[in-house]
Design a protein around this ligand. Structure first.
Ligand code: ADP
Length: 524
C-alpha cells in the first residue's frame, strides 16, 4: 500500500482544513506549510517542499522536515527544471539529484515524488515529497495526491490575485491622491466616497471630513457662473446616456466655492457619470480644477486693454489736435502759440514713449525676471538729477534733497534706480496737485541705505498702502481717476528694489501726504 490505511478519512479532513485556510485568506506561507504537512504525513514522507516558479526559475517557498536554513541545500534539484506546463518531470534525473542532496543533508531519502501545481494550464510550482522508502503509487493514490498539489496551486493563485488586486487598488489610490486636480468620487445618491489630497488643498476640507457626506454639504457655491446645480441636474434626469460607446454625458460647472476657512476659490468642476451594467448610475467622478490663476489672467487682460486704450487715446488725441491746428493753411500763428503747441506735442510724445517703455519693461519682467547691471551707484547724485529735471515741469512744488555728506556709494544698477526715483518723484508731483514740498531723504547704517520720497498731497487710504505695488493697480478715487497713469510704475519700482535685495513700502505722513521709502543693502 502506497498511502497509509486510514488515508481516505484523513485526507478528507486535511483537504477540508486546507480549503478553510485558503478561504480565510491566511498568510500564503502558512497555507503552504499546512498543505505540506498534510501531504508529507499522508505519504509518510521525511521532507516536504514547495517550489514556486518565477519564469524559468524555481524558488523554495515552504519546507518541512528540515530546518528552513537548510532549504537551500535542495537547490540542485531545482536547477534546469524548467517545464512551463505540467509535463512529465524527468524522475530518474530528479532521483539522481536527490541522492546527492540526501548525502549532504545526511538524511535517509530513497524516493522523491514531484507533483505539478497547476491552475488553468499554468504551472505555478512543484510540490516535492521525499521518503525514506520507495513504493509504487496506484492510479487512485496519484489522484488523491494531486488534489493536495491542486489545493496548493489554488492557494498560490488566490494569494497572487489578492496581491495583484491590492496593488491595483493602491496604484489607483496613489494616482488619485497625486493628481494635481481635485478629484472626488460620489455614489449614486451624491454622497462622497473618495476625496483626494488636491481637493483637500482646494477646499480646506480633509478627506475624513468630506467622506460620507452629501455633495451639497461639502461643495458650497458662493457664486455659480456657469452650469447647473448637480442635484437639480440629477433630479432633471441627468445623465441621459450612461451606457454604450457614446461620449459620456458630462456636466461642467464653474464658479466660486466657499472654502472651510470662509475664503473663496474659483473652480471648474467636471462631473462624469459611471453606469452599472444594468444602466443604473453607480458613481460620479468629479474633477475639480483651481482656475484662480486663469481668472486672474483674464482679469489682467481686460485691465490691460482698458488701461492701454485709455492711456494711449489721450496723448494721441492731444498730439493730433495740436498738429492739425498748427498746420492749418488759413491760420497765421504767432511764434508763442507755435512754441506752446509744439511743447504739448513733445510732452505727450514723451508720455507715450514712457508708457511704451513701462509696458515693455513689465512684460519683460514677467517673461525673464529682473536683470541688473551692477556697478557703483551714487544715490544722492541720482536724486539731485531727478529733482532738477522735474523742477522744470512744476512751479507749484518745491523739490529738494536731504542726504548726509558721507552717504555711501552702493553697488546697484544706476539706470534702474534712477527709474525708481524718477517714478516716485513724478508720482509725488502727480498726486499732490495742490503743490507743496517734495523731499528726497537719505539715511544709512552699517548694513542698509534708506531713501524716502515724501509729498504733501492727500496720501493713500490705509488699505491701499500695499496694493499700489500690484501690477496695473490704481487707487479708485477722484484724484487718481483724474490723473493719467497705468498702475505700472510702482510695480516696476518694487521689482527693481526687490531684485537688489531691498524692500519698498508706502506710508502716510503724520502731517498729511505720502512717503514712499526703500532700503538697499550696502554691498561693496
Ligand atoms: P500710475 O501713477 O501710473 O497710476 P503707479 O504704479 O506709479 O501708477 O501708482 C499706483 C497708484 O498709487 C496710483 O494710481 C495712485 O493711485 C497711487 N499713488 C502713487 N503715488 C502716490 C502718491 N505719492 N500719493 C498718493 N497716491 C499715490
Amino acid at each position: 500500500m502506497f498511502l497509509l490505511p486510514d488515508y481516505r478519512v484523513r485526507q478528507r479532513d486535511y483537504l477540508l482544513n486546507i480549503s478553510r485556510a485558503i478561504t480565510a485568506q491566511l498568510d500564503l506561507g502558512e497555507v503552504l506549510r499546512m498543505i505540506l504537512q498534510a501531504a508529507t504525513s499522508m505519504l509518510a514522507g521525511e521532507v516536504g517542499m514547495i517550489a514556486l516558479r518565477d519564469g524559468d526559475d524555481y524558488h523554495v517557498r515552504a519546507v518541512i522536515g528540515v530546518d528552513a536554513e537548510d532549504a537551500h541545500l535542495f537547490d540542485p534539484l531545482l536547477e534546469d527544471l524548467s517545464p512551463r506546463t505540467a509535463g512529465e518531470f524527468d524522475m530518474s534525473l530528479l532521483h539522481l539529484k536527490m541522492r546527492r542532496v540526501a548525502r549532504v543533508v545526511d538524511l535517509n531519502l530513497s524516493q522523491v515524488i514531484a507533483l505539478p501545481m497547476v491552475v488553468a494550464n499554468n504551472l505555478l510550482g512543484i510540490l516535492f515529497i521525499f521518503r525514506a522508502y520507495a513504493g509504487t503509487p496506484t492510479e487512485n493514490d496519484n489522484r488523491l495526491l494531486q488534489s493536495f498539489a491542486d489545493q496548493a496551486a489554488i492557494a498560490v493563485h488566490n494569494a497572487r490575485m489578492y496581491e495583484f488586486a491590492n496593488q491595483e487598488r493602491n496604484r489607483l489610490a496613489a494616482i488619485l491622491d497625486h493628481s494635481a486636480d481635485g478629484v472626488m468620487i460620489l455614489d449614486g445618491g451624491l454622497h462622497v466616497e473618495r476625496w483626494n489630497r488636491a481637493l483637500s488643498r482646494i477646499t480646506g476640507l480633509q478627506a475624513e471630513q468630506a467622506q460620507g457626506r452629501h455633495h451639497d454639504v461639502v461643495i458650497r457655491w458662493k457664486h455659480r457662473e456657469m452650469g447647473p446645480d448637480l442635484q437639480e441636474a440629477v433630479d432633471n434626469g441627468w445623465p441621459q446616456r450612461l451606457s454604450g460607446d457614446a461620449a459620456p454625458d458630462t456636466l461642467y460647472v464653474e464658479g466660486d466655492l466657499e472654502r472651510l476657512d470662509g475664503s473663496t476659490i474659483s473652480v471648474g468642476i467636471t462631473y462624469a457619470p459611471l453606469g452599472k451594467s444594468n444602466g443604473e448610475l453607480q458613481n460620479i467622478i468629479a474633477n475639480v480644477r483651481d482656475i484662480t490663476h486663469f481668472r486672474e489672467a483674464e482679469q489682467l487682460k481686460s485691465t490691460f486693454i482698458s488701461v492701454i486704450s485709455h492711456e494711449l487715446k489721450t496723448p494721441v488725441a492731444l498730439i493730433k489736435g495740436y498738429a492739425d491746428t498748427l498746420s492749418r493753411d488759413d491760420a497765421d500763428w504767432d511764434l508763442g502759440t507755435i512754441r506752446g503747441g509744439l511743447k504739448v506735442i513733445e510732452e505727450e510724445a514723451d508720455r507715450l514713449g514712457e508708457l511704451i517703455e513701462n509696458l515693455l519693461a513689465a512684460s519683460k519682467l514677467q517673461a525673464e525676471g529682473m536683470r541688473l547691471n551692477l556697478d557703483d551707484a551714487n544715490l544722492p547724485l541720482i536724486a539731485q538729477q531727478s529733482i532738477e529735471r522735474f523742477q522744470t515741469q512744476t512751479d507749484r512744488h518745491e523739490l529738494r534733497i536731504e542726504f548726509p555728506e558721507d552717504f555711501p556709494i552702493i553697488c546697484g544698477d544706476a539706470t534702474r534706480l534712477r527709474q525708481v526715483l524718477d517714478n516716485l518723484v513724478s508720482n509725488a508731483i502727480k498726486y499732490s496737485p495742490k503743490g507743496g514740498e517734495i523731499v528726497i531723504r537719505g539715511r544709512y547704517d552699517d548694513k542698509w541705505v534708506r531713501v524716502a520720497v515724501s509729498d504733501q498731497g492727500p496720501g493713500l487710504p490705509e488699505d491701499q498702502l500695499e496694493r499700489v505695488f500690484e501690477r496695473f493697480h490704481r487707487v479708485n478715487n477722484a484724484l487718481t481717476n483724474n490723473t493719467q497713469g497705468t498702475g505700472l510704475g510702482l510695480y516696476l519700482a518694487h521689482a527693481v528694489i526687490t531684485a537688489h535685495g531691498g524692500r519698498i513700502w508706502a506710508s502716510n505722513n503724520p502731517g498729511g501726504g505720502a512717503t514712499f521709502s526703500f532700503t538697499l543693502p550696502r554691498r561693496e
